[in-house]
Design a protein around this ligand. Structure first.
Ligand SMILES: Cc1cc2nc3c(=O)[nH]c(=O)nc-3n(C[C@H](O)[C@H](O)[C@H](O)COP(=O)(O)OP(=O)(O)OC[C@H]3O[C@@H](n4cnc5c(N)ncnc54)[C@H](O)[C@@H]3O)c2cc1C
Length: 509
């Protein structure tokens, strides 16, 4: 971990530290943005990170079995490929080590302020700057880039009695490594992407395990394997070869979009593969039925695992589909009245995705927070800018999510767009750059049009991809190369620029 000596000094009490750009978060997105700035010689920026290290998702998700669902050759920065990946799908420690290594290689740590949870960010229209309050002091920034993550803040279910539980409660994203589960009676709540990794990892050591399932997931085999030493040597000697593998993986995964967003017929082979996988791994017809989804494959994230079904079918495990009625101090009671004595509850219940906590903390020109502006659903221009929030950009904001491929590809697309916005400000001598409500509306319509008929909207499931109105405000509903094309450079015509030395009102007049 970095010593605080290497970090920029936090603002002194009462003092406000001025920077050109303040980036919130140091996961893939925050680091990617910082590296883009550094690569073109910018150094007047800080990364404000609430934790004590870089890494984001991969620093926080340390639960047993945590691993990537996308091959590492693709789930990594295009400009910092790693010939040394130990497995085709890396596990959390290796990805976290990779991100720490990238931060060091590009000398980003000197810009990080750790322990700097952003509690408020307010646009000052007179100063034409963002005033950012953090746990490590105040900052004044010309530009604010939020890279606070879409899967960064865990959600805790509203189950009667959960607070009264006398044993241990852990969210998968806030795992307590010191807690020994050996021999315990464990309840796992949730059967999404984290649950299907944690269940097989702890099943062999726990005394008994009840997996509480609301909706079964489609699961396909995981083609994970160690990377052979000769392959690693080849990647090192011929970087072009690793590029080719990456390109192949990218294209292969884009084929899934045809089935998900264009023509559902193309998903049929994937559905067949998932069904065959379940049939091969689960012999008990009753359990098999309970694990069979009733919605179209792809509607929720397709999960990959070779050991989830065997773990649920193991003698010390039980799949509970009755729903949870209440939690008592030493047990969990299902809706069918069965009470199961429990020592530890593992919450694999996901994250605040459509109600991002950072949105409550950022206030724009008229004093309203992003959350207030987004009360009816998240809107933006190019998934990056919001009218009324000048000089503010979002990374991994609305409609950037992807279920079929690497988020890092999307993040790199967004970083290029924001970087172009900053270069445009420099080139034109602008103090303020703000997108228009019309551009935002056009982007919203484009997303709504592209989402029509896709498996996410019409696949017959309720998923965290959709907001409370059933609108897709999280996923990019098309090929990812189309997103890259649309965000390749700033759509300058959709922005109003205010030259330095001029007030916004003068331009509006
Ligand atoms: C368990 C898990 C597995 C995943 N697997 C995959 C996968 O296989 N493939 C894939 O493409 N994607 C996967 N994802 C999605 C993953 O989140 C993204 O790929 C990517 O890591 C997101 O990076 P980010 O920088 O946007 O956000 P994050 O990595 O979440 O980083 C956000 C950072 O912002 C900081 N922060 C948040 N709020 C504040 C605040 N108020 N003040 C200061 N700092 C703040 C956080 O501490 C964090 O460090 C997975 C996610 C999870 C949770």
């Amino acid at each position: 971990m970095t010593s605080t000596l290497e970090s920029p000094a936090p603002a002194q009490p009462g003092a406000v530290r001025e920077v050109r750009t303040a980036i919130i978060g140091s996961g893939f997105a925050g680091l990617g943005m910082a590296i883009a700035l550094k690569r073109r010689g910018e150094s007047d920026f800080v990364l404000l990170e609430r934790a004590d290290d870089v890494g984001g998702t991969w620093r926080d998700n340390t639960y047993p079995g945590a691993a990537c669902d996308v091959q590492s050759n693709l789930y990594s920065f295009s400009f910092a490929q790693n010939p040394d990946w130990g497995r085709s799908y890396s596990e959390q420690p290796e990805i976290q080590a990779y991100l720490r290594g990238v931060a060091d290689r590009f000398d980003v740590r000197r810009h990080c302020v750790f322990g700097a949870e952003v509690t408020a960010a307010r646009w000052d229209d007179t100063a034409q700057r963002w005033l950012v309050s953090t746990a490590a002091g105040e900052f004044s920034a010309r530009v604010l880039v939020s890279a606070a993550g879409a899967l960064a803040d865990p959600t805790y279910p509203d189950i009667p009695g959960l607070d009264s539980f006398a044993g241990t409660v852990m969210h998968s994203a806030r795992w307590d490594d010191t807690h020994d589960l050996t021999g315990e009676r464990v309840a796992v709540i949730g059967t999404g992407a984290s649950a299907i990794q944690v269940v097989p990892a702890i099943q062999p050591i726990v005394g008994s395990m009840a997996v509480y399932q609301r909706t079964p997931a489609w699961v396909v085999p995981r083609t994970d394997h160690p990377v052979k030493p000769w392959m690693r040597r080849l990647y090192k000697l011929v970087p072009g070869f690793q590029n080719a593998v990456r390109a192949f993986l990218y294209l292969f995964r884009e084929f899934l979009v045809i089935g998900m967003a264009k023509n559902r017929r193309f998903l049929k082979p994937v559905g067949k593969l998932a069904k065959a996988h379940l049939h091969r791994q689960v012999r008990d017809p009753k359990l098999r039925r309970a694990l069979t989804p009733d919605y179209t494959i792809g509607c929720k994230r397709i999960l990959i695992s070779n050991d989830y079904f065997p773990a649920v079918a193991a003698p010390n495990a039980e799949l509970v589909t009755a729903g949870i009625q209440e939690v008592r101090p030493h047990s969990v009671v299902a809706r069918d009245g069965v009470e199961r004595p429990t020592d530890t509850i593992v919450l694999a219940t996901g994250f605040h995705v459509t109600d991002l906590p950072i949105a409550e903390r950022i206030r724009g020109r008229d004093g309203r927070s992003l959350a207030e502006v987004w009360a009816d659903g998240m809107v933006s221009n190019r998934s990056a800018a919001v009218a009324g929030f000048p000089n503010m950009f979002l990374l991994v904001g609305p409609n950037v999510g992807v279920g079929h491929t690497s988020m890092v590809y999307m993040i790199e697309s967004q970083v290029a767009y924001v970087d172009d916005a900053l270069r445009t400000m420099d080139a034109e001598g602008l103090a303020v750059l703000e997108t228009t409500p019309e551009a935002q509306e056009a982007w919203r319509s484009l997303i709504a049009e592209k989402s029509k008929g896709t498996v996410w909207l019409a696949g017959g499931c309720a998923s965290w991809y959709l907001d409370k109105h059933g609108h897709n405000t999280t996923l990019w509903p098309d090929f990812t190369f189309r997103f890259r094309k649309l965000t390749r450079q700033l759509d300058r015509e959709n922005y109003v620029g205010v030259p330095a030395g001029t007030q916004s009102q003068e331009v509006a007049a």
